[in-house]
Write a protein that binds this ligand. Structure first.
Ligand SMILES: [Zn+2]
Length: 212
């Protein structure tokens, strides 16, 4: 999931309107910011099928540090504490942590039964409701969910920037739902990691600017 994570950001910045937007925009993306770094370091593993660009064909073989419910979110206490110190606000640190936890919960809806619960290895249970199995439905559902939450939370003056920018970013990701190209253009773990990282830097900048 990509743009859908910003529905959670919209809810959190609405619940605590005094909070700055950037740390929350980073928080909802946090697991997907850590994941590319760990893939590039060889600490987490992914297999990308070259012949199939669809999201469901990406196999997340191992990503316990970035994408497990327990271990991943324990690690996230570190950046959450840094946010709390930087902004001198325990509440903001807590919001960052909740934002990162929301990432796992929303990923759960779309991922293919590969999200670890504990993250400590062994016979860990993995979850994922697999909406990506139905790529076109997943594409529509993610944006509709995002748009409904934004309409319920954002100021009307921000609608164009948030909904329009979100739609633009969502369409940048459309090939992994519709399979326009015969091959996956990001067919190595390195390429997928880099495009994921860049994609989220773009999303953080967009949400921070558009929400104001
Ligand atoms: Zn993720």
């Amino acid at each position: 999931m990509y743009i859908g994570h910003y529905a959670a950001a919209a809810v959190l910045v609405t619940l605590v309107p005094a909070s700055p937007v950037t740390p929350i925009a980073i928080g909802v993306a946090w697991p997907d910011l850590v994941w590319p770094v760990l893939v590039l370091m060889g600490r987490e593993r992914v297999t990308v099928g070259r012949s199939d660009p669809l999201q469901r064909s990406i196999r997340f073989d191992s990503y316990p540090f970035s994408h497990s419910l327990v271990l991943g979110n324990l690690f996230t206490l570190v950046p959450a504490a840094i946010v709390a110190l930087l902004y001198d606000s325990i509440l903001l640190g807590l919001l960052f942590w909740v934002a990162a936890i929301s990432h796992w919960i929303l990923d759960l809806v779309v991922h293919m039964h590969d999200l670890p619960i504990l993250g400590f290895g062994g016979n860990d249970r993995k979850l994922g409701f697999g909406l990506w199995q139905y790529p076109k439905t997943a594409f529509a559902t993610e944006y509709i969910f995002f748009a409904i939450v934004v309409l319920l939370t954002a100021q009307p003056t921000a609608y164009v920037g948030v909904l329009g920018g979100g739609l633009f970013l969502h369409f940048l990701n459309a090939n992994s739902f519709f399979g326009f190209s015969r091959h996956n253009p990001f067919s190595t773990p390195t390429r997928l990691a880099l495009i994921t990282f860049v994609g989220y830097i773009g999303a953080i900048a967009w949400f921070t600017l558009a929400w104001q």
